[in-house]
Design a protein around this ligand. Structure first.
Ligand SMILES: [Zn+2]
Ligand SMILES: [Zn+2]
Length: 183
């Protein structure tokens, strides 16, 4: 660990021997995470644990990140919580800027280990958790959402608009159509 920053792993010297492996774990405060139009909030730090293994050419970082994320339901805005467990995967090529990247890896599948030998866990944790988030956050697949006219939460029962079928069908001013304005 790097002093004062629990999100950084200072790779120890012994991990630069091929086939060496070490275990690391910690907690990372994320606060909020934007995923498309949605923002997920974390009330507690994200717990993570990884094994870092020297493959000869690279340091392979593998493990898990666990967190509870909260987001507003896309239909009714009620808070929904998700218990997430994502796979952390990182591949950091050793040897500085001159190191040759493996032929079988795309550019976005690996990083280069920085010269200071420090690995920032935050991007790895964010990638792991993003993969676990739903495409659309819903409190329930059958969520009825909000009434477009009065804003009532329809999961709590029908609103006045629904019982007055004519008004619901004709919009908020439908009730006025029979009103004699005296013109
Ligand atoms: Zn909902
Ligand atoms: Zn309504």
């Amino acid at each position: 660990m790097v002093k004062n920053d629990p999100n950084l792993i200072d790779v120890p010297e012994e991990l630069f021997e091929t086939a060496e492996s070490r275990h690391f774990e910690g907690e990372t405060v994320l606060g909020e995470l934007a995923a498309g139009p949605d923002t997920y909030r974390f009330a507690a730090p994200v717990a993570w644990s990884v094994d870092i293994t020297n493959t000869g050419d690279a340091l392979l970082v593998m493990g898990t990140a666990r967190a509870r994320a909260a987001c507003g339901c896309a239909r009714c805005l009620e808070e929904v919580t998700y218990d997430l467990e994502g796979d952390i995967e990182g591949y950091f090529i050793i040897g500085g800027a001159d190191a040759v990247a493996p032929d079988d890896l795309e550019g976005d599948e690996f990083s280069r280990l920085p010269d200071n030998h420090v690995i920032d866990m935050v991007p790895l944790i964010v990638s792991a958790l993003l993969l676990e988030l739903p495409l659309v956050p819903l409190c329930d697949d059958a969520c009825q959402g909000l009434c477009p006219q009065c804003g009532a939460n329809l999961n709590e029962g029908p609103c006045a608009c629904a019982s007055d079928g004519g008004a619901a069908a004709g919009g908020p001013f439908a009730a006025l159509k029979d009103f004699d304005f005296g013109v």
